[in-house]
Write a protein that binds this ligand. Sequence first.
Ligand SMILES: Nc1ncnc2c1ncn2[C@@H]1O[C@H](COP(=O)(O)OP(=O)(O)OP(=O)(O)O)[C@@H](O)[C@H]1O
Length: 520
Amino acid sequence: MPDQQSPAVSYVELAGISKSFGDVRALDDVTVTAPQGRVTAIVGENGAGKSTLMKVLSGVVTPDRGTVRIGGVERHFRTTRDATLAGVGMVYQETALVAAMSVWENVVLGWEPGQRGILRRKHARRTVGELAERYSLPVPLDAHAGDLPVSIQQQVEILKVLYRNADVVILDEPTSVLTPQEREGLFAAMLNLQAEGKTLLFISHKLDEVLASAHHVTVMRHGRIVSSQRNDELDRRGLARSIVGRDIAPIDLGTRPERGATVLSVQHVELGALHEGPGIREASFEVARGEVVGVAGVSGSGQHELLQVISGLVAPDAGTVVLDGRTRKEVDSASDPAATLPALRKAGMSHIPADRNAVGTLRRRPLWFSALVGRLDDPEYCRRGVIRRPAARALAERIIREGGVKASGPDALPESLSGGNLQKFIVQRELLSDPVLLVAEEPTHGIDIGAARDLRQKLRDVAADGGAVLLASTDLDELLETCDRIIVVFDGRIVLDADRQDCTEESLGAALTGLSAVPA
Ligand SMILES: Nc1ncnc2c1ncn2[C@@H]1O[C@H](COP(=O)(O)OP(=O)(O)OP(=O)(O)O)[C@@H](O)[C@H]1O
């Protein structure tokens, strides 16, 4: 637990902040302070107003009412540049680096030191290098940003705000894209920032991380502050209760059904490296109806590629994947991904992608449009290339209702939904197609603790109803709570395939890092 002893001065003061979007009151008279050299966590259910509050502080959103003070000075931010000049920087979940530019160029972009418009390249590169060293953020200065793993890209984003002299650093769900090992690196960087007297604000749904790193925890619900407490006044259960307003019951695993017929058979799958990863070597396993099977692997171990092959997005170099669902569909090296995905869907596969922004929704089209993903060849929704709008809207309404999605309706734009609510929409859309096999990559990513519990229960229900689930997650607790069996991928190979009862966090941790790399 962080040290609570030394006194701290309030550096950030948000007072009486209100903000509405149309009829939605996102913030309702919110007052929050954050002391210097400390971490203040902002937690709460999806749609509670956390991101909007931080966007007010970073100049992205202008409040309808209320005042912002930084270091005792009242500020009226109209743009993010105003906030940057006042020393406030925000690091978003999704990085926005220019892939083809080097790390140091990305850091200085838009803020280049120079004379008469000429960039002093050597000077700029050296300054970024010194900053990286001072804050122990070991980024490769000359590498192209697009070639780097997400965890390093995030460090580049942190350097970007530090380069602009931020005294206040806002981190919006920074750990949700990181593996457990990478999270440790981020927490070490946060400690350095505190030691340098920065004021840190940190949005997270992961209560253990909040309790381990934050000095103060502020809970929001329905656009208001529910509580604001010091870390040493809190425990996990009480915090969970104040977030969702009730105790969270463990999920019902049910009695494990007799192992049903095989629904997915992966045999001797091989794939060369797609990017820098190891590819896949000799992967074989089966999933039966009635099972929830977890897939774990640290970033770049090949587990993501394995799921891409299984969901038909990439053809393997060798080996086969057979889905025996509503119909039988075989995928091999000759398969054309463009035709494979629709055929697998028809055979009963649903897929919740890891990257909801890239493939999950169409951000600038209304939600009812995104409801149709995977259903365009269903005559109920589309005939002779013409979308049946009333049916699509009714479908979107059903997804919103049954998924507990906070949205104004089927015409809402995806970008008007909070991150967690958009994820809930995608998950419920896939569940509604009554899958025989559900491939779910990080389905609880960005979802609050209450909704995440309900979602895990829904995965169990798919299995209880005779389907099967392949659940990829970097959260070992989630896998241990939800799965019947867990597969670990390391260096492109399946190194563990064991019943949950035979797995512990230690045994999984060893397999994940290759310490027990005995092929299963
Ligand atoms: N640009 C916008 N247009 C319309 N509504 C918006 C907009 N931005 C946010 N909202 C609404 O404001 C409310 C608060 O959203 P916000 O993103 O702040 O929630 P959050 O607490 O960060 O949620 P999550 O945990 O899911 O990220 C939600 O109901 C959301 O739909």
